[in-house]
Design a protein around this ligand. Structure first.
Ligand code: NAD
Ligand code: IPM
Ligand code: MN
Length: 349
């Protein structure tokens, strides 16, 4: 059987609750597909920061680099200043491990309620390829004359030709592999003219190598509207780091809620491990109550299985989730663990 080194970062809030269910499903599906996971847990997050002041120490980062793949719950806690864990742990991992593709499928499963009247699974089936290492996330900028009436805060968007080219190329490859073969660039090139023009130029340049892929451009403000009233416009979307963050929460909402939205922070070169996590955060408002939906994490486990070259196991997890979702409406409220148990049972039996 194939052995895969897996790092697990449960994190904060509902992170540990949903990760436990993701691992339950992973253990259930692995044997039938001849996989074993050598798991190492990392206690990164709010508790560690309170104890030691550390977010993601160099020594832990070095260990993570030696893993094949990472499963993360969520980070962030009201007891920690905003940004300390988000930047110091999550973004540091994405940047250091060069997760330049943040893959976020937006797919309505049959039987799942969407707030979009009249929309069905055929209307909502896209994948957002969010840039993961650049844009306004880099931390370039700062504060001048803090606390005075003359205070200035700058937060610059960094966009390199290298970074834009590689994510746009990846998005073309994804689009070329899907039946509709359509790629939409979402940006704001009417205002963010420097970065927008770079993305547009690279889209045209790389697009010349993919004549079978139809390309399209939508301003991000209009895109938020079209996600809601014309989701069929979208097949594959490529966009910058911040726009991708925002539109994938809208994507989650139209596809049945944030509790179902999966993602992968992917380094397609394989030079460092990729990291899979739900799109949602640590949800402090419901943490510790067994109310969190673990489905987003379980679908992230399916993406993880695809990434490690176990597509049959990935499809088995997706099928189990899909079957669970079609019955869900009739079942009434279930706890986090009950949902995980039901899906784990389907994949093992
Ligand atoms: P959030 O996604 O944690 O919560 C938004 C809303 O969605 C809340 O009402 C929450 O209860 C609900 N929700 C989220 N996940 C759910 C689930 N699995 N099942 C049911 N309901 C769910 O976003 P937020 O409130 O903006 O942020 C809370 C904290 O999480 C902050 O510290 C933020 O920085 C952090 N955060 C982390 C990540 C990450 O680790 N990838 C992502 C987003 C936010
Ligand atoms: C997400 C989160 C993160 C992001 C934050 C917590 C840094 O919102 O994964 O969507 O903005 O990427
Ligand atoms: Mn987000």
């Amino acid at each position: 059987s194939r052995s895969i080194r897996l790092a697990v970062v449960p994190g904060d809030g509902i992170g540990p609750e949903v990760v436990a269910e993701g691992l339950k499903v992973l253990s259930a599906v692995a044997p039938a597909h001849d996989l074993t996971f050598q798991q190492t847990d990392y206690d990164l997050g709010a508790a560690r920061w309170h104890r030691t002041g550390e977010t993601l120490p160099d020594a832990v980062l070095a260990e993570l680099r030696e893993q094949e793949v990472i499963l993360l719950g969520a980070v962030g806690d009201p007891s920690v200043p905003s940004g300390v864990l988000e930047r110091g742990l999550l973004l540091r991992a994405r940047f250091e491990l060069d997760h330049y593709v943040n893959l976020r499928p937006v797919k309505l499963f049959p039987g799942v309620a969407t707030p979009l009247a009249g929309a069905g699974p055929d209307d909502i089936d896209m994948i957002v390829v969010r840039e993961g290492t650049e844009g306004p996330y880099t931390g370039v900028g700062g504060v001048l004359r803090k606390g005075t009436p003359a205070e200035v805060a700058t937060q610059e968007s960094v966009n390199t030709y290298y970074g834009v080219e590689r994510v746009v190329r990846y998005a073309f490859e994804v689009a070329a592999s899907r039946p509709r073969r359509k790629l939409t660039l979402v940006h704001k090139d009417n205002v963010l003219t420097f970065a927008g023009e770079l993305y547009q130029r690279v889209l045209a340049e790389v697009g010349a190598e993919f004549p079978q892929v139809a390309t399209d451009y939508v301003h991000v403000d209009a895109a938020t509207m079209f996600f809601v009233n014309q989701p069929r416009r979208f097949d594959v979307v490529v966009t910058d780091n911040l726009f991708g963050d925002i539109i994938t929460d809208i994507g989650a909402a139209i596809a049945g809620g944030i509790g179902l939205a999966a993602s992968g922070n992917v380094n397609p070169t394989g030079a460092a491990p990729s990291m899979f996590e739900p799109v949602h955060g640590s949800a402090p408002d419901i943490a510790g109550q067994g109310k969190a939906d673990p489905t987003a994490t379980i679908l992230s486990v399916a993406m993880l299985l695809d990434h490690v070259g176990a597509p049959a196991a990935a499809r088995a997890v997706e099928r189990a989730v899909s079957d669970d979702l079609t019955e869900r409406g009739a079942l009434g409220a279930r706890s986090t663990a009950q949902i995980g148990d039901a899906i784990a049972k389907r994949v093992s039996g």
